[in-house]
Design a protein around this ligand. Structure first.
Ligand SMILES: [Zn+2]
Length: 336
């Protein structure tokens, strides 16, 4: 684990765009500017190398702060810099850097454990993991806890939040053990508004020790019911990825009616399957096959839809969501 405490070194790094950072660091780097008398604000970004808005936001915010009042107590983790160099989510042969924060024996899991212990020992009051959307859906947050502070800070970012209990190994879920924790999906990486959204959100919180009190009663909370993935994706090439219906991105965060065609198989033996949070196969409930066409079996809300064959192979096609009502939130809280 590489930890940097030198502000001069950090200032130098601020001159580098995400794809250039590898010239300074050929591995992930954790900047520690925590102050012993003030609980730090922990920011992580570039866990996915092609999701650059978080670093752009930090560069701009920190440069300005250094010229003015100085920087507050904070920790910054820059994740997959070798993948950032090539503008990829992760490199071939690497795991997804936002799936390694739980059990596992690889050197990546070992590194993740060291980072987590280091950060935990600093007692951050807030942990923010900044991502970009992989598809053209609205910016939103992902929460792993339903306590009031988390919901309040989710609303501070966006009206839409996803309560995610899967997939396993996500950083925010671990950080929620010791701080308020939120993932933001700030919008598409190439959209300059995504950087501004991330910047504004960090700025609201990073020199505080609590969430500003706001009304969050209009926060829409969704829950992942299943993830739609390509079966045996690791063994397939981009030519094997099904052809998706061209209008589907319009359904992001909206109800997609039963019977809608999701995709057409490119090869007879490839299949899309739906996995629930326990990684159980729920394809029968959510998808139906009509020859080579794949249809949605029941009305469902879709999110994070992507047609990018590489993302489909490395991660998933989309999630299907349920809305979470006040009663189920209360029940989830009681269950914790
Ligand atoms: Zn991401």
């Amino acid at each position: 684990m590489r930890v940097v405490k030198s502000i001069d070194e950090f200032k130098e790094a601020l001159n580098y765009r995400s794809e250039e950072l590898v010239q300074l660091y050929d591995e992930p780097v954790l900047f520690d500017f925590s102050q012993s008398d003030r609980r730090p604000f922990f920011v992580s970004t570039l866990l996915h190398g092609n999701e650059t808005s978080g670093w752009e936001a930090i560069r701009s915010l920190v440069s300005e702060a250094l010229e003015n009042e100085g920087i507050p107590s904070f920790l910054l983790l820059l994740g997959n810099l070798p993948a950032a160099e090539r503008n990829l989510r992760h490199l071939a042969g690497q795991p997804d850097f936002n799936r390694i924060w739980d059990r596992g024996d690889t050197p990546y899991h070992q590194w993740a454990r060291e980072v987590l212990e280091f950060v935990r020992a600093k007692h951050p009051w807030y942990s923010l993991d900044i991502h970009n959307n992989t598809g053209p859906n609205p910016h939103h947050s992902i929460i792993t806890s339903l306590d009031e502070s988390t919901l309040q800070s989710a609303r501070l970012f966006s009206q839409n939040a996803i309560f995610a209990q899967q997939p396993p190994g996500v950083l925010t879920r671990r950080c929620a053990e010791f701080s308020i924790a939120l993932t933001i999906e700030a919008g598409l990486p190439q959209d300059p508004h995504s950087t501004i959204r991330a910047l504004n959100f960090i700025q609201k919180l990073w020199d505080r020790q609590d969430i500003p009190s706001i009304n969050f009663s209009d926060l829409k909370i969704f829950e992942n019911s299943v993830r739609v993935v390509l079966e045996n994706a690791a063994e397939l090439t981009s030519e094997d990825v099904p052809h998706f219906a061209p209008f589907l991105h319009r359904f992001n965060f909206k109800t997609i009616p039963a019977g809608t065609k999701l995709a057409k198989l490119a090869k007879p033996k490839t299949r899309l399957i739906a996995l629930d949070e326990q990684q159980q196969d729920r394809t029968e409930d959510y998808l139906s096959y009509d020859g080579s066409n794949i249809l949605v079996r029941q009305d469902t809300i879709m999110s994070m839809y992507t047609e990018d064959p590489l993302i489909v192979r490395q991660d998933c096609v989309c999630y299907f969501l349920n809305t979470l009502d006040a009663e189920s939130i209360t029940n989830s809280r009681l269950a914790v």
